[in-house]
Design a protein around this ligand. Structure first.
Ligand code: GLN
Length: 279
């Protein structure tokens, strides 16, 4: 069987499960199995594939048929134009988070900063900021040991061991440093709403990274409060929030002494992250 046929078969198997991205996913799985770029496999689609590879491909297609996210199947995800290692222990990096990173990078304009990423997950935020602000230093903390392991792999992959540090620790138990920036993409989904998330998220992404308690604001509140002691004067708090949380979170920020500098909206025009300065 040649590559073209393999991809077509895979795509068909996904289409019958109503997976919108069936062609792309089949191509991504093929390029993972054949260990070459998507462009390469498309350009060489007449080449034959051996039996072993076909059966590996089919196995991965079956996982996707059960709605496992493609990023967990191929263990990678692109973020800020970089290829991150990902597994079930971390949230899959999202475009909204990329938009927050963009806001941060524009705000600091290549300045040398020290920053803390609360709930670092795959370390996608740290790596992206460090790749733009080249003299900066980033610290990542996460309560999930599995996440810290993935974060560590990405730090190594992008050769940032000298400009970063990771701790498997909660924010409550983190002391002793002051930063120019605290950034966080905390869990912010209401516990009650978790069951309404799409299957691929609900059944596969870590609850710990999603569940923000009764009103979705449990962790957001902690981050706002605790950052008063981890930020330098005039330090910046950049926080990602859920849809519809903008008003409440703005109120909390003001209440705790922050001045709002920038609201970052997603493609649907909802405010999805806030940059504020601690006065
Ligand atoms: N910081 C990581 C990300 O933005 C993980 C966030 C989380 O687990 N809530 O993807």
């Amino acid at each position: 069987m040649n590559i073209l046929k393999l991809i077509q078969n895979g795509s068909k198997s996904l289409k019958i499960k109503n997976i919108q991205s069936h062609v792309l996913d089949s191509e991504l799985i093929a390029s993972f199995v054949l260990n070459c770029s998507r462009e390469d496999i498309i350009a060489n689609n007449q080449k034959n594939v051996n039996f072993e590879k076909i059966s590996f491909f089919n196995k991965l297609i079956k996982r996707r048929q059960k709605y496992e996210p493609i990023s967990y199947i191929i263990n990678r995800r692109e973020f800020w134009s970089k290829d991150f290692e990902i597994d079930k222990g971390t949230l899959i990096p999202r475009p909204e988070t990329e938009m927050m990173v963009e806001g941060i990078i524009q705000f600091f304009k290549k300045k040398r900063i020290s920053f803390l990423d609360v709930g670092t997950g795959s370390a996608c935020i740290i790596v992206s900021i460090l790749s733009e602000n080249i003299n900066s230093f980033g610290v990542g903390i996460d309560i999930s040991n599995k996440a810290i392991k993935v974060a560590g792999k990405n730090i190594l992959k992008f050769n940032l061991q000298n400009r970063s540090k990771l701790f498997n620790r909660s924010y409550e138990n983190f002391y002793g440093y002051k930063f120019d920036l605290v950034v966080s993409n905390p869990p912010y989904i209401k516990s009650m709403d978790i069951k309404n998330l799409s299957k691929d998220i609900r059944n596969y992404e870590p609850k710990l990274a999603l569940d923000g308690g009764k009103d979705g604001l449990d962790v957001i509140k902690k981050v706002i409060y605790k950052s008063r002691s981890t930020l330098k004067k005039n330090g910046v708090l950049a926080i990602e929030i859920g849809n519809g949380q903008h008003k409440k979170v703005s109120r909390l920020l003001k209440l705790f002494g922050y001045k709002i500098k920038l609201n970052i909206k997603d493609y649907r025009n909802n405010v999805r992250s806030i940059l504020s300065v601690l006065k």
